[in-house]
Ligand binder design. Structure first.
Ligand code: NAP
Length: 247
């Protein structure tokens, strides 16, 4: 489905980004697996992609930094000549109540989750606009829709991603470039592994489908939005949460 397509996945070394990179690889894409610290894990994703019939490279870059994000996109353009799909997935949490949330934590979470989306999209949009072709998918979160106590920084970043998606979708549509977001609910990954069993059980009891999501559930939504099957869909946020948030 994605043979000869070039895909960049930020934060592709672990969790949801890893599943997205692997799925694109299985579908024949050339995948740039971006990582910050997990070099071995990123390389393992690349090997799996190659074994599945796709092609891949691991690229270290801090996407919260404008220049570093630019070097990621430049490296992909030098290697494969184009970017067909950018998946802005990299993200972190630093949860605490607002009363205890310091400026450093606010900046770090906003920069890693939201500024990174601006950084990578900004570097990739000109080449996409020139080719009159491309898809951008941003990984938001249901907390960007409904908020969450203890996550004011993260929820603000994710709500920002949703509004960014709509705005850039409007700018990009005349150039035949689509921009969408996915909003996962509670997905099993390192990010959620640090939550207590009590919190996990509480979340689970509120999920109509009565299970936590898997990274593959999000990957399937992302590859759908990236495919030609979704060629009339832009500016949308597709919620992947087992029915937790219905809006
Ligand atoms: P994760 O398992 O903690 O993985 C995070 C990934 O982001 C890692 O590959 C990490 O790379 C990368 N990363 C972090 N900071 C980076 C930076 N500055 N530059 C480049 N890469 C960076 O998290 P996850 O659960 O898969 O989450 C992935 C995305 O889904 C995030 O945007 C998250 O907010 C969103 N999400 C997750 C859930 C959930 O329930 N898990 C729910 C809603 C939304 P290294 O390993 O190299 O550090």
């Amino acid at each position: 489905m994605f043979r000869d397509k070039v895909v960049v996945v930020t934060g592709g070394s672990r969790g949801i980004g890893r599943a997205i990179a692997l799925r694109f690889g299985e579908l024949g894409a050339k995948v740039a697996v971006n990582y910050l610290k997990s070099a071995d894990a990123a390389q393992e994703v690349v090997e799996k992609i190659k074994a599945a019939g796709g092609d891949g490279i691991a690229i270290q870059a801090d996407v919260s930094d404008y220049e570093s994000a630019g070097s990621l996109i430049d490296r992909v353009l030098e290697t494969w000549g184009q970017v067909d799909c950018l998946v802005n997935n990299a993200g972190i949490t630093q949860d605490t109540l607002l009363l205890r949330m310091n400026e450093e934590s606010w900046d770090k979470v906003i920069n890693t989750n939201l500024k990174s989306v601006y950084n990578c999209t900004k570097h990739v949009c000109r080449p996409m606009f020139r080719r009159r072709s491309g898809v951008i998918i941003n990984v938001a979160s249901v907390v960007g829709l409904i908020g969450n106590a203890g996550q004011a920084n993260y929820a603000a970043a994710k709500a920002g991603i949703i509004a960014f998606t709509k705005s850039v979708a409007r700018e990009a549509a005349p150039r035949q470039v689509r921009v969408n977001a996915v909003a996962p609910g509670f997905i099993e990954s390192d990010m959620t592994a640090k939550l207590s069993e009590k919190v996990v059980e509480e979340y689970k009891s509120n999920i109509p489908l009565n299970r936590l999501g898997k990274p593959e559930d999000v990957a399937a939504a992302v590859t759908f939005l990236a495919s030609d099957e979704a060629s009339y869909i832009t500016g949308q946020t597709l919620v992947v949460d087992g029915g937790l948030v219905m809006y």
